[in-house]
Design a protein around this ligand. Structure first.
Ligand SMILES: Nc1ncnc2c1ncn2[C@@H]1O[C@H](COP(=O)(O)OP(=O)(O)OP(=O)(O)O)[C@@H](O)[C@H]1O
Length: 377
């Protein structure tokens, strides 16, 4: 576990304590040593207590970190190996009412993969996700779930977890629902207590454990739902717009956590998530599908062959005419209400930026979108 513990040490060194705590919990779980997991949970609780009281961690906190890191690193590193999970071959779907059609689409997902599904409202993201989760029957094509012997509804449901955009109401306390969820997947007795405690800490829900659905915000309901389905150990986790109810920090935390969860040594999984937050999704996804009017018009897996020009996106108060004059015939400039999209075939994204800066144009925001789905939005 030397690699993992080295990164935890560096998070602590640079003050990224929250990240260090989350990674330590994951690494402790990967050791499968219950005592170590219990101690990591209590260390994490100490951190959250300090945070809630606006206090800085003291020496005892860092000593405990050293102790946990040393013990975790004495375990052999498990090896993550990507395995085929799902093959989606030319699937399509129409509804009995209305005109919408999801046109044939193909892709594959392996354990450890994150697939981002992006597109504007009403373009078919939820439809595609519901086909993958088994909630909607497909009209054509084939989905192969590699580690299932049968692909009937109940078997798929035991293997694929789907978190909808609007989290359904649950009854009773959050903690009891988690115990129930773990029990449904066969985790009983002490192991159930440990795993629920772990999940509450891991998703920073411990101080909400005794609250009900009505008493927590929509962002926390999303976190609760993630904790609940993870206790059922799915091999494919599908999340419909999970970022929608989260603040910007929580979005980053969730995406980094999903990245790590997918490649967990103990329980690797595939993840599919839909979102409007294109750039955020592109940062963590292995492949991004852009769906427009029910058609997959772009995937990042094929972009390397198709990106024949360079593109940047900038935010600037400069007039379009001035930008156009500075760049001349080498680039086309488009204004998209707030942003300029600039495309050029012969000059690189960096050179485009350089020219603008050299001409004294003030730029509030810049992004190289040469290989981004954003170009096709
Ligand atoms: N049960 C249904 N019967 C008929 N049409 C439907 C049904 N469900 C969805 N649609 C239509 O299918 C299209 C795609 O909807 P879908 O929810 O898949 O899009 P989306 O990209 O997820 O949108 P959003 O980002 O708003 O959630 C829409 O035009 C919607 O009206």
């Amino acid at each position: 576990m030397a690699l993992t513990t080295d990164s935890i040490k560096s998070f602590i060194q640079y003050g990224d304590i929250s990240l260090a705590v989350r990674r330590t919990l994951d690494a402790a779980l990967d050791t499968q040593d219950d005592d170590l997991v219990t101690e990591a949970i209590s260390w994490s609780k100490q951190y959250h207590r300090l945070q809630n009281n606006d206090e800085n961690p003291g020496q005892d906190f860092f000593n405990k970190a050293d102790d946990l890191i040393t013990r975790i690193s004495s375990f052999p590193s498990g090896r993550f190996a990507a395995m085929p999970l799902l093959n989606v071959d030319q699937i399509g779907k129409s509804y009995s009412k209305g005109n919408f059609t999801l046109h044939p689409i193909s892709f594959e997902i392996r354990t450890g993969d994150i697939l981002g599904v992006v597109g504007e409202n009403g373009n078919g993201k939820t439809t595609l996700l519901s086909c993958l989760s088994g909630d909607l029957a497909i009209d054509r094509g084939n989905i192969i779930y590699h580690n299932l012997r049968k692909a009937d509804y109940y078997t798929i449901k035991g293997h694929v977890a789907f978190i909808p955009q609007r989290i359904p109401v649950w009854y009773g306390m959050l903690k009891d629902n988690l115990h129930f969820s773990a029990a449904l997947s066969g985790v009983k007795g002490k192991a159930n207590e440990l795993m629920v405690d772990f999940m509450l800490e891991r998703l920073n829900l411990s101080s909400y454990a005794h609250l009900t659905w009505k008493q927590i915000s929509s962002g926390y309901r999303t976190r609760f739902e993630i904790a609940r389905v993870l206790l059922q150990k799915p091999s494919l986790l599908i999340l419909d717009e999970p970022l929608a109810n989260l603040d910007i920090n929580a979005q980053q935390t969730l995406l980094t956590d999903l990245r790590n969860l997918a490649k967990s040594v103990r329980h690797p999984l595939g993840i599919v998530l839909s979102s409007q937050q294109l750039h955020e999704v592109e940062k963590v996804a292995d492949n991004v599908l852009l769906i427009k009017k029910g058609k997959c018009i772009y995937t990042t897996n094929t972009q390397n062959e198709s990106a024949a020009s360079n593109a940047i996106e900038i935010e600037s108060n400069a007039e379009r005419e001035l930008i156009g004059n500075v760049l001349g015939a080498e680039a086309t400039v488009q204004y998209n209400g707030g942003f300029y999209t600039i495309v050029a075939e012969t000059i690189s994204a960096k050179q485009l930026l350089q020219k603008l800066v050299n001409a004294g144009i003030e730029i509030q925001y810049y992004r190289d979108i040469t290989n981004s789905t954003k170009r096709y939005f």
